[in-house]
Design a protein around this ligand. Structure first.
Ligand code: BTN
Length: 252
């Protein structure tokens, strides 16, 4: 049985000023032989990346953080890593938000929402290094002081929700929570435990949702997630297990 391999002393933190993207910084260092467990944070990004090739606006005052993991698990377990990362963020937000803040929930796969509004973004990128090791970078952006003025979905910031913590203080919690969840995830039946925690933090289970896939969109009931972290959607005639797509909640 695996387990307990993510110990505190293996984690390091490098705080930078302006970078193109903290994910890029981690990948560059991985190619140069950096060991697993390096966190890079930056005050500002000039080319922050979002999912699906979108840009992530990165003004000073928000948190931009990336964690480099090398060969974090057998490849077949990697599909549940984004869920684990979203839980670490969920736990972090619950530590820094006041009791008056709106509910913190996760929208599949890993959007952490406050009051159904997007408050952070998570981007995992993987690469096989020249020496055959697999680098996985977990990039996390949290809206602390700023949020986009316009977005195709509701957005919020921690400040707007009454939190007073700085990016550095939020990062301290994220650092701890990530070690916690990685140890759960990596341990024996950890994936099942992560999916169980994830289900209890998720929004929209049992309700109608729309999933936009690259080639079509499907409306159905969000049944839950399977043990690989795939979304289970029930339409009139069948159950679909979906690995990637954009989810829209159709009921409020
Ligand atoms: C999304 O589209 O929701 C994901 C956004 C991820 C943004 C973070 S900020 C830190 C890290 N560096 C990047 O370039 N992107 C991620």
């Amino acid at each position: 049985e695996r387990g307990g391999s993510y110990s505190l002393e293996n984690f390091r933190h490098l705080a930078l000023g302006e970078v193109s993207s903290t994910n890029t910084e981690c990948l560059t260092r991985a190619r140069q032989g950096e060991a697993s467990g390096l966190w890079i944070t930056a005050e500002r990004q000039t080319a922050g990346r979002g999912r699906r090739g979108r840009a992530w606006t990165s003004e000073v005052g928000n948190l931009y953080a990336s964690l480099l993991l090398i060969d974090p698990s057998p490849p077949e377990l990697l599909s549940s890593l984004p869920l684990a990362v979203s839980l670490a963020v969920h736990w972090t937000l619950r530590r820094v938000l006041p009791a008056t803040a709106e509910a913190v929930e996760i929208k599949w796969p890993n959007d952490v929402l406050i009051g159904r509004k997007k408050s952070c973004g998570i981007l995992l990128e993987a690469e096989i290094l020249p020496d055959g090791r697999r680098a996985v970078v977990c990039g996390i952006g949290i809206n602390i002081r700023h949020r986009p003025e316009t977005a195709p979905y509701g957005v919020t910031s921690l400040q707007e929700q009454g939190a007073t913590s700085s990016a550095g203080e939020v990062f301290t919690h994220l650092f701890d929570e990530m070690i916690q969840i990685l140890n759960i995830w990596d341990h024996g039946h950890g994936v099942a435990e992560v999916t169980r925690f994830w289900r209890s933090a998720a929004c929209g289970i049992g309700t109608m949702i729309r999933v936009n896939l690259p080639d079509r969109s499907l409306d159905g009931v969000f049944v839950g997630i399977d043990d690989d972290g795939l979304l289970i959607l029930e339409t009139e005639n069948r159950l679909h297990h979906i690995a990637a797509g954009d989810v829209f909640l159709l009921e409020t």
